[in-house]
Ligand binder design. Sequence first.
Ligand SMILES: O=C(CO)[C@H](O)[C@H](O)COP(=O)(O)O
Length: 223
Amino acid sequence: MTQDELKKAAALAALDYIVEGSIVGVGTGSTVNHFIDGLAGLRSRIRGAVSSSEASSQRLAAHGIEVFDLNSIESLPVYVDGADEIDHGFAMIKGGGGALTREKIVAAVSERFVCICDASKRVDVLGRFPLPVEVIPMACTHVSRELRRLGGEPKLREGFVTDNGNRILDVHGLSITDPVALEARINQIVGVVTNGLFAERGADVLLLAGGNGVERLERTPAR
Ligand SMILES: O=C(CO)[C@H](O)[C@H](O)COP(=O)(O)O
């Protein structure tokens, strides 16, 4: 199977986690695009969706799925999103598509985070994938300096502006032994909107597609 076929298998498995009659939280990326296309077939069984990016909102709307403002909803039973890396404690690096801040907001509201990935995303230690950090434009130089102090090598994502009008620094070379602590530490830097470590609020379910099918893994409570 190709990587894209594996992404599609994981994405379609997530349809089993949709709560009938609910609003569904929808992430961003090529794996999520397969999920959105699959969700179109269940349109009559959900109220609609909240989305973590303009791109996902457009794709949902093109399928006739109503996209709600997150501020207007009372509960979000399930959020489905991909990841760039996920470790064995279900902490993730996200933001390869640059949607990390809205993803983190929707994830924070949701009761259950269902992560959909092909098996190449599973790692023992996070950090081979450069960590995206969303930064207020005027703070790029200051934040880069601070990130270097933490041992990383930040690179501005050239030509990319987030849906929130900000910039992304991709931080290479970080050794992420304590994802919860590093997530909090980077978020303390003035000018950082948020970073792509999803450790304080990691995934609850991991649907991991590999050669032998889709593994359905649940996070153990004591993470
Ligand atoms: O965090 C994300 C976007 O900001 C994506 O979930 C992540 O980059 C994975 O993308 P893909 O499904 O295309 O491999």
